[in-house]
Design a protein around this ligand. Structure first.
Ligand code: FAD
Length: 476
């Protein structure tokens, strides 16, 4: 039998510019691409209509179709990797599995357990493929993780240049390969396999979910989305990125999350553009993603507690269930917050400025525990990333890494006036306010003039004072 390796696709659902594929093909004649619907992870997705599962299944079917054209296939399984991988390795007698390295604590543990079970006959080779630079590489001069973004960003940029991370010859050698004639197909152990030939609806049904066609997030659009943004929008990114009613950001998040777009191609294409403030700002946002991934890697405890020690178990959070319920239904009485929640519920996505406004409102004005807000976002965001979501929520609630001072509380009226001046964003997601004059929506007068709309659940001014006083008592 030709020498075969398994390529286990996880967060890098693409066939080109894929490090594990490239590495496997350097060492083996043939590769068998697989994907596992991990039942441990699926437990975190209780909604049978979860659009992320539809997106995922659709993506897998598309990959399978492409592989079939190359005389191969994508083999998909349903179960735990710990049960499936050893069976597969035994059946095929393979010595190597290639996959993208995952840096979330639970997934690090999973991979360690698999390595252990496979040793010594088979090895799991892991490659950093959904971040540009592996966490833990960029450290301060005293070999400590950076805890402030700006020096990290500078060190990151310097590393990219000095190490030639994006140099063309390196990319060509390391990530260019042809799959034609290199794909392995064989009968696989039955039991847990999922037949992609049956189509996306049947695939989802086999794992207990229901397919929902998504007009907004289409796996086929991944590359166009990135290229369209880089051609038409990036130059104006700095000016437009905060305007809520404009489509001023890339909306690449979900495609990056599942790896349909390679993070290397984002950096490579952006760095290749003429440098201007839009390009620089966008690259810096990509670096925020790496920064938060590093923070989670070095400080995995931030999943369940504040990064800043003084805020651990010291904030007397508001435990009123009604307050949480009103927030997650978008009934806070603040149109900008309610519109943002509607955007999340309808689109599975929320504008970054809106994320900051609602997270500040949740954790400061309502004094609700940031971790509950984090979980709420986790249920709905198409681009949900543990590291960035925890990072964003802790930043907004003042208890995170490199967070603004505790007394900075976003004012929903001023934020609305500045970033949604005509009320277009609010009207789009709250059509009942269509007729309200734009200049009224983000004012205190709105509440008296529009009596049909829910009254504000807290007074902005008083709740701001309550938040500041509460946090001040904990320490400067
Ligand atoms: C409370 C809160 C929660 C958040 N949760 C997530 C999350 O679960 N997943 C997530 O990817 N981002 C999260 N962010 C960051 C940011 O809001 C989104 O990345 C951004 O809105 C995605 O839109 P875009 O793809 O158009 O991004 P663009 O503005 O086009 O940026 C390009 C890419 O850079 C990365 N990026 C941009 N801003 C940030 C940032 N502040 N932190 C980390 N990465 C960034 C993303 O991968 C993004 O797709 C959160 C921010 C806040 C304040």
């Amino acid at each position: 039998m030709a020498q075969v390796a398994i390529v286990w696709l996880r967060r890098n659902l693409r066939l080109q510019d894929n490090k594990p594929f490239a590495a496997a093909l350097r060492h083996f004649d043939k590769v068998l691409p697989i994907f596992i619907f991990d039942t441990t992870i699926l437990k975190q997705f209780p909604n049978p209509y979860d659009r992320r599962l539809s997106f995922l299944a659709h993506t897998l079917c598309l990959l399978h179709d492409t592989l079939k054209m190359l005389q191969g296939a994508l083999s998909v399984f349903h179960g735990t990797p710990l049960e499936i991988i050893p069976k597969l390795v035994n059946h095929l007698k393979v010595e190597a599995i290639y996959a993208d390295e995952d840096y979330e604590p639970a997934n690090i543990e999973r991979d360690r357990a698999i390595q252990k079970v496979l040793a010594p006959h088979c090895k799991l080779h892991l490659y950093c493929d959904h971040l540009l630079i592996k966490p833990g590489i960029i450290l301060t001069q005293s070999n400590q993780p950076y805890k402030v973004y700006t020096p990290y960003m500078k060190a990151f940029r310097a590393y990219v240049v000095h190490q030639g991370v994006l140099a063309q010859n390196r990319l060509l050698i390391e990530y260019k390969y042809a799959l034609e004639g290199r794909l392995f197909t064989s009968s696989l152990p039955d039991g847990n396999s999922i037949d992609l030939n049956l189509g996306v609806e049947a695939v989802l049904k086999q794992i207990g979910y229901i397919y929902k066609k998504d007009g907004l997030w289409d796996p086929k659009n991944a590359c166009n989305r990135l290229d369209g943004f880089l051609i038409n929008q990036i130059d104006h990114y700095k000016a437009n990125r905060d305007l809520l009613d404009l489509n001023g950001t890339s909306r690449c998040g979900p495609y990056l999350r599942f790896g349909l777009i390679s993070i290397r191609s984002c950096y490579r294409k952006a760095f290749a553009l003429a440098s201007n403030v839009g390009v620089t700002t966008w690259i810096n946002e990509l670096i925020w993603r790496e920064f938060y991934a590093n923070i989670l890697y070095h400080f995995p405890n931030i999943i369940y507690e504040a990064f800043q020690e003084k805020y651990r178990n010291t904030i007397p959070w508001n435990s009123k269930q009604e307050d949480y319920d009103r927030f997650v239904c978008g009934q806070t009485g603040y149109p900008i917050v309610d519109a943002a929640i509607q955007q999340l519920l309808c689109e599975g996505w929320m504008h970054n400025r809106a994320r900051m406004i609602v997270a500040s409102f949740f954790s400061k004005n309502l004094l609700l525990d940031w971790s509950k807000g984090e979980s709420f976002f986790a249920q709905h965001l198409m681009d949900y990333e543990l590291a960035s979501n925890v990072g964003g929520w802790q930043w907004s609630s003042a208890c995170g890494v490199d967070a603004p001072p505790y007394f900075r509380v976003f004012n929903p009226y001023l934020q609305g006036k500045k970033f949604d001046p005509d009320g277009q964003y609010v009207k789009k997601y709250l059509p009942s306010l269509q007729k309200v004059p734009g200049h009224i929506i983000h004012t205190v007068d709105f509440h008296t003039l529009h009596i049909d709309y829910p009254k504000p659940m807290v007074d902005y001014r008083l709740s701001r004072i309550r938040a500041i006083e509460t946090l001040k008592k904990i320490g400067p």
